[in-house]
Design a protein around this ligand. Structure first.
Ligand SMILES: Cc1cc2nc3c(=O)[nH]c(=O)nc-3n(C[C@H](O)[C@H](O)[C@H](O)COP(=O)(O)OP(=O)(O)OC[C@H]3O[C@@H](n4cnc5c(N)ncnc54)[C@H](O)[C@@H]3O)c2cc1C
Ligand code: SF4
Ligand code: SF4
Length: 554
């Protein structure tokens, strides 16, 4: 297939907060540098960036694939864009009230204090999809080429040096050819900011062994719904976190309720993919969560309007791979920079993007894009608050996964006093696919809780929720999800009862007469299946750009 080749200096693969902040910061630094030369403040060469820097985003528009809680610690936004409020940053509310509850089966106990890492006073509630849309407009104004609906599907190498990416082929025709072949985009540097478990990030980490000697990358799945309420018992800006119900053996994580406007609340759960339960189903658990009297009292006269799901990395400090190599940098969630103790990765994503931009700016000034220059990004990260915060959080996720309040609670208390250490040393983790137990081991003679009957108001079916996420793919493309071996599925169906039919938050996998059907059009790109199939039997490829969810408020 003939492909057009275009030359760039920097390609940002992925248009989330990490890479958009990086593109904005880089172009702001370059603009200031050029102005200083014009004004005679500095001597040197001006840097021409017209048509030299591009951001590729696989969503149909910037923000289409971005979902978060979202609570943003704003300090880093003041650093990136001090005048963000004047520039119309879409902030829903500033947090003015916060609480932490332990939920029992039917009741709740308010924790009399909020641990410092959950102190959210003054932080912003925002919709990540809207925030990303807003950041993209700023990058565009700064003359960054914004390529939405475009997936980077392959990293191009010369030996082990990254020299660019190939973009997706579009619209498969009956003769087996594509209407628009993808492009070869050559560039001096590729910045991978694909979010959690990025596909290109995974391929380069494997190819160049960037995670040698590191703890495994492990993940959580976040599912959330937005409710429109007739009467709202909460006040705008109120932030509630919960633990306890519905979490139990085989299901660990936390819940949240964010009141983002006079009439809207966000209800969500974050569940560790390290679950041993072969019938692990975070969407079902979200429905059970909403039946709890404490949550139900908030949403009882409301209706669901939006839904979304995405994994987030929670391995933190010990799981961060090498983040630079010849021709490439890795930012944000793709770098495993989420602080799971704070339940936040937006501030670290933005900061990592800014640090990458500072290194790229120096590279432009010295015309030195060598591996040695790019490696300064990793040094900067190690010397920043990101690494010191993540170090404090290094044992948080495995302690929560052990069970709260016992035995994980005392370990968390110890960590708070001991800068993240535990009395039994650093806690070890396993890759998420390796933790699932078979039905006999996990359930014995018991049975899984059934999905409560859907009424599509308090209990929402997966398919209705997929509708609320706006997800669709052009059916004229090849299925982007492949099952490697059907015989393996048969064994899994008999011993594990086909976990993919439950853990997928979008009902992509269905069991029909002992075989798995894949409804790829429903796929929300959360990446759970790539991580949690117990036999690693699922290959998730990047579909044509433009498909997937169409988030607007998530
Ligand atoms: C339910 C949930 C709740 C959360 N709550 C909070 C919170 O309250 N506060 C907080 O700080 N953090 C929160 N987080 C984490 C936070 O959302 C992430 O840390 C943050 O979004 C990471 O930013 P990013 O730019 O690295 O990745 P993303 O936001 O995931 O953006 C990556 C982008 O890259 C695109 N992309 C991926 N691969 C390609 C490719 N090959 N080609 C082209 N485009 C590609 C994706 O479509 C996406 O738009 C939450 C996460 C979830 C899932
Ligand atoms: S795809 Fe994976 S989880 Fe699904 S049935 Fe096959 S082996 Fe099991
Ligand atoms: S198919 Fe995989 S990536 Fe798509 S929604 Fe389901 S679990 Fe997520």
């Amino acid at each position: 297939m003939e492909r057009e080749t275009i030359e760039f200096d920097v390609i940002f693969a992925g248009g989330g907060p990490a890479n958009l902040s990086s593109a904005i910061h880089l172009t702001n630094l370059i603009r200031k540098h050029n102005e200083d030369i014009d004004n005679g403040k500095h001597q040197g060469e001006k840097i021409d960036i017209e048509d030299r820097i591009a951001v590729l985003e696989k969503g149909a528009y910037f923000g289409a694939h971005n979902i978060s809680g979202a609570v943003l610690i704003p300090d880093v936004l003041f650093e990136l864009l001090p005048d963000h409020k004047e520039r119309g940053c879409p902030i829903d509310a500033e947090i003015n009230r916060e609480s932490l509850y332990y939920l029992t089966g039917k009741g709740e106990i308010e924790v009399p204090f909020t641990p410092s890492f959950l102190n959210n006073h003054g932080n912003y509630f925002l919709s990540l999809s809207q925030f990303v849309g807003w950041l993209s407009k700023i990058a565009e104004k700064n003359k960054v080429m914004m390529l939405e609906g475009t997936a980077a599907v392959e990293i191009l190498y010369e030996g082990s040096k990254v020299i660019g990416v190939r973009t997706d082929d579009k619209r498969l025709q009956e003769n087996g050819e594509y209407e628009t072949p993808g492009y070869i985009l050559n560039s001096k540097v590729v910045v991978l900011g694909e979010g959690s478990n990025g596909t290109l990030r995974k391929s380069i980490v494997e190819k160049l062994h960037l995670d040698n000697g590191k703890a495994p990358s492990i993940y959580e799945l976040g599912v959330k719904e937005i409710y429109e309420l007739k009467s709202n018992p909460l006040q705008k800006g109120e932030c509630i976190h919960t633990f306890g119900y519905p979490f139990r053996k085989g299901l660990s994580g936390g819940g949240f309720v964010y009141c983002i406007s006079e009439t809207r609340v966000v209800i969500g759960l974050i569940a560790h993919l390290s679950s041993e339960d072969p019938q692990f189903d975070p969407h079902k658990e979200l429905q059970r969560y909403k039946q709890h009297p404490f949550i139900n009292a908030i949403i009882k006269d409301g209706k669901p309007t939006h839904y979304g799901a995405r994994t987030l990395p929670c391995g933190g400090y010990y799981s961060i791979p090498q983040l630079t190599s010849d021709g490439v940098l890795i930012t944000g969630d793709s770098a495993n920079l989420v602080d799971s103790r704070k339940l936040k990765g937006l501030h670290t994503a933005i900061k990592s993007g800014m640090l990458a931009a500072e290194v790229l700016f120096e590279a432009f000034k010295m015309n030195d894009f060598s591996a040695t220059q790019l490696a300064k990004y990793e040094e900067k990260l190690k010397n920043s608050w990101i690494y010191s915060d993540l170090r404090q959080s290094r044992n948080f996720t495995p302690a929560v996964a052990m069970g709260i309040p016992f035995p994980g609670g005392p370990l968390l208390g110890f960590q708070m006093a001991a800068g993240g250490a535990t009395p039994i040393g650093d806690l070890k983790t396993k890759p998420d696919y390796a933790t699932t137990e078979d039905m006999k081991h996990f359930y014995g003679s018991a049975s899984p809780e059934p999905m409560p009957k859907a009424d599509d108001r308090i209990i929402v079916s997966k398919l209705t929720d997929v509708y609320f996420s706006g997800t669709a793919h052009d059916e004229k493309q090849q299925n982007h999800i492949h099952l490697k071996n059907n015989t393996v599925c048969k064994k899994c169906i008999s011993d594990y009862k086909a976990p993919c039919t439950l853990f997928c938050p979008a009902a992509v996998y269905e069991l029909e007469q002992d075989t798995i059907q894949v409804n790829f059009s429903n796929c929300m790109h959360c990446k759970t299946c790539d991580l949690k199939c117990p036999f690693q039997n699922i290959v998730w490829n990047l579909p044509e750009g433009g498909g997937g969810p169409r988030y607007s408020l998530q």
